[in-house]
Each structure stands twice: as structure tokens, then as C-alpha cells.
Design a protein around this ligand. Structure first.
Ligand SMILES: *Cc1c(COP(=O)(O)O)cnc(C)c1O
Length: 401
């Protein structure tokens, strides 16, 4: 017991103080995880939209095990079988062109931005219009592309070449286009920024604007992609296709992976030597990703997400009616946000005390990202736990007010 309790102490003593961690998790299965004292939690974070197929899915575990015993890594100096198979599978999922593998979402976005810059280089175009409230990762380049000052503060000078428009305000995007503009980059549903879905007029307007002005439309699908919103990609809700998009989080089936996907027209922008990676697309990560995509298809995770997202939304809606503190439910599929009048963190803390793990997205939004293959009973239990928590916090017998 003593040894286990030391985990938090060890992490606090020896890892840099960048995360506010609140529990020690030692084991996971499906939509549940356990802490070191064997307390069980319903996990509605899915490792921040990583475990779209739930924790330790047996098919993904088997694929990782058998690949680890065969060949884990050998660098991109060599072809490896699963690398090609995964690239083919990803290409067939929507954009039809080639892919580039990396190790994280931020890195995939870096690759997408580098590709856009290379594309515009011959005619002096390099500026990328990004959105306020966006999130694209924590590298120096990607905090420069992220429209939230909280990730940028203290890191000046930032990388130049990014300008910020108001999300869902097409005029504000148009106003930023100039001779140097090469691309527009956005999330179909902003995740970290507060579960904000794009409006159809905005997504379609951005696509049209890109067509008119010869700009690349770049979609960051790292959080909203792979069935999270009830369709393969977030942009699928809008009847548009970007010129390139990125995947991260869930694509690796729990292992680190990022991917840039492009249309055939954009697939030849990088040339030999113009970009690279040591670990990106290694056999172990590719085996895990392929297994995840098998599960995605076999278990119809996108359809499940659409259906259970609707049930979840209905279940949560009554809390908007019952409690003044709950303002609104927003989101699509199983990417939902509870907009609170007060602190979202307080709600997340209270939920955890009651046995449910959730996330914040900004100060006032409680973000709920259950695994896409959640069962009826787990979803019902989650809704009940949220209701119990609101009752404790805001019910008639609550201490405050
Ligand atoms: C998480 C996230 C990223 C960054 O991914 P990392 O793997 O943490 O680098 C980028 N964009 C979006 C939309 C994300 O949700």
C-alpha cells in the first residue's frame, strides 16, 4: 500500500509541474478505470478522446502484443508491412491521397503547417488564418497557431505567420485574407476551446473562400475525428472536404501517433528530404492503429456514437431544466459539453469524488467524452452520477446559497 501511495509523490517530485493531476490510475477496461486503492471510476474522458474503443480493447491489446514480439521499430529507412497497410486504409477513409505519420497531434499539425508553407513558398505565401478559441498543440509552432492566450503567455517571441479570425464568423476570416495567405486552419468542432461546433454556413463558407482564393483548407480532426461526433470526420457533418487534415489521439489505439492526410492534389508537396521522423509510423504504432480501425469498422463506432450521443444529450437535457447553474448542452455525437454558469472544474472535482471522470474545456464547460462503444447501462449510470452530483452541488439541500 505504502509503495502505491508514493506514486503521486514521485510524480510530483520528479516530473515537471505542468499538470494538475488528481488521482492515480493503475488499470482500465472498457469504460472503466481503477485507482491504486481499487476504487472504480466510470471514465468519460477516454484518456482525452484517445480510447474511442474503450480501455484495453482485447483486439488492440493482442495486436500490440504480437507486433511487439515481431518488430517494434526499425526506422523509416526501411519499408514495414503495417505502415503501408495503414496508409492505404487511412487514404481510403476520405481524402484519397497520401499520408505522413508522426508521434503526436501537435507534430501532425506541424507537418500540415509545413506542407502549407512549402505549397505557398514559390509565390511568397505563408500566412495561415486560424481561429480564436482553437487548440492545435503545445509545440512552439502550434501554440503560435492556437487562438488562446493561455497557452501562449510567456513564450514570446511566437512563430510569425498566423492570424486569428472569429470562429463561425466568415466575414472576419475574409477580412484577414491577403496576398500572403496560403491556408485556413480550423477544427470542425473546437474541443479544448469549449465544445463549439462550426455552423454549416461557416464550414461551407470557408471551403468556398479557399476555392475562390486558391487557399488550402486544413482541418484539425485530432479530437473530433474518428467517430467522436458520430461520423468518421467532424467535417463530414458539413458536406465539405478539406485539402488536408490531421488525426491524433484515438488513431493510435492508445499508442502515440499522429497522421497528416491529404488529397491527391496535396500529396506531392513534400519531396524526398523535405520532412522526416524517426519514430513516426513505426510498426508497433501502426499495428495498434490498424487494430483500432478494425474495431472501429466491426463495432460501427461512428454509428454507435451518433445514437448514444443523442441518448446522452436527452439524458443531460433535464439538468438544464432542473438547475439554473446548468446553462446549455452542446456538441455532436459523444463529444458533449455542459455549459455551466460557474466553475466547470468544481463540477469535475465533485464528479470524480462520486466516481465519474470528466474534463473541463475552458472555465465554464464540463467536457464529456465517453468511449464510443459505451453500453446502455454505463451511459445510464453516468447520467445518474451527473444528476447526483448536481443534486449535491446545486440541489435544494446544497450548503451554498
Ligand atoms: C489534443 C489536440 C492536439 C494536440 O495533440 P497532442 O497529441 O497533445 O500533441 C491538437 N489539436 C487538437 C484539436 C487536440 O484536441
Amino acid at each position: 500500500m505504502k509503495k502505491n501511495e508514493d506514486t503521486a509523490l514521485l510524480c510530483n517530485e520528479y516530473t515537471m509541474d505542468t499538470f494538475a493531476r488528481q488521482a492515480t490510475i493503475v488499470r482500465g477496461r472498457g469504460s472503466r478505470v481503477w485507482d491504486q486503492k481499487n476504487n472504480q471510476y466510470l471514465d468519460f474522458t477516454s484518456g482525452i478522446s484517445v480510447h474511442n474503443a474503450g480501455h484495453c480493447h482485447p483486439k488492440i491489446v493482442d495486436a500490440i502484443k504480437s507486433q511487439a514480439e515481431t518488430l517494434a521499430h526499425c526506422s523509416n529507412l526501411f519499408y514495414t508491412p503495417k505502415n503501408g497497410l495503414l496508409a492505404q486504409r487511412l487514404s481510403s477513409m476520405g481524402l484519397g491521397g497520401k499520408v505522413f505519420f508522426s508521434n503526436s497531434g501537435a507534430e501532425a499539425n506541424e507537418t500540415m503547417v509545413k506542407m502549407a508553407r512549402l505549397y505557398g513558398n514559390k509565390d511568397g505565401r505563408y500566412e495561415i488564418i486560424c481561429m480564436k478559441g482553437s487548440f492545435h498543440g503545445r509545440t512552439l509552432g502550434m501554440i503560435s497557431a492556437t487562438g488562446q492566450s493561455k497557452v501562449q503567455t510567456g513564450f514570446d517571441p511566437l512563430l510569425p505567420g498566423f492570424r486569428f479570425a472569429d470562429f463561425n464568423d466568415l466575414e472576419s476570416v475574409k477580412a484577414l485574407v491577403n496576398d500572403h495567405t496560403v491556408a485556413i486552419m480550423l477544427e470542425a468542432v473546437q474541443g479544448e476551446g469549449g465544445i463549439n461546433p462550426a455552423t454549416p454556413e461557416f464550414m461551407q463558407g470557408v471551403r468556398n473562400l479557399c476555392n475562390e482564393k486558391g487557399l488550402l483548407m486544413l482541418c484539425d480532426e485530432i479530437q473530433c475525428g474518428l467517430g467522436r461526433t458520430g461520423k468518421m470526420f467532424g467535417f463530414d457533418h458539413y458536406g465539405v472536404k478539406p485539402d488536408a487534415c490531421t488525426l491524433g489521439k484515438s488513431i493510435g489505439g492508445g499508442l502515440p501517433m499522429g497522421v497528416l492526410l491529404a488529397t491527391p492534389e496535396c500529396s506531392g508537396i513534400f519531396t524526398p528530404g523535405s520532412h522526416g521522423t524517426t519514430m513516426g509510423g513505426n510498426p508497433l504504432a501502426c499495428a495498434s492503429a490498424l487494430a483500432f480501425l478494425d474495431v472501429y469498422a466491426e463495432e460501427r463506432l461512428a454509428d454507435h456514437s451518433e445514437k448514444y450521443g443523442e441518448l446522452f444529450k436527452q439524458g443531460l437535457q433535464k439538468f438544464v431544466e432542473d438547475y439554473d447553474e446548468v446553462l446549455e448542452i452542446r456538441g455532436i455525437g459523444l463529444m458533449l459539453g455542459l455549459v455551466m454558469k460557474g466553475s466547470a472544474q468544481d463540477v469535475v472535482d465533485e464528479l470524480r469524488a462520486g466516481g465519474l471522470l470528466a474534463l473541463t474545456a475552458g472555465e465554464h464547460v464540463v467536457r464529456l467524452l465517453p468511449p464510443l462503444n459505451i453500453t446502455d447501462s454505463d451511459l445510464e449510470e453516468g447520467i445518474e452520477m451527473i444528476g447526483d452530483t448536481f443534486d449535491i452541488m446545486f440541489g435544494e439541500d446544497a450548503d451554498e446559497e
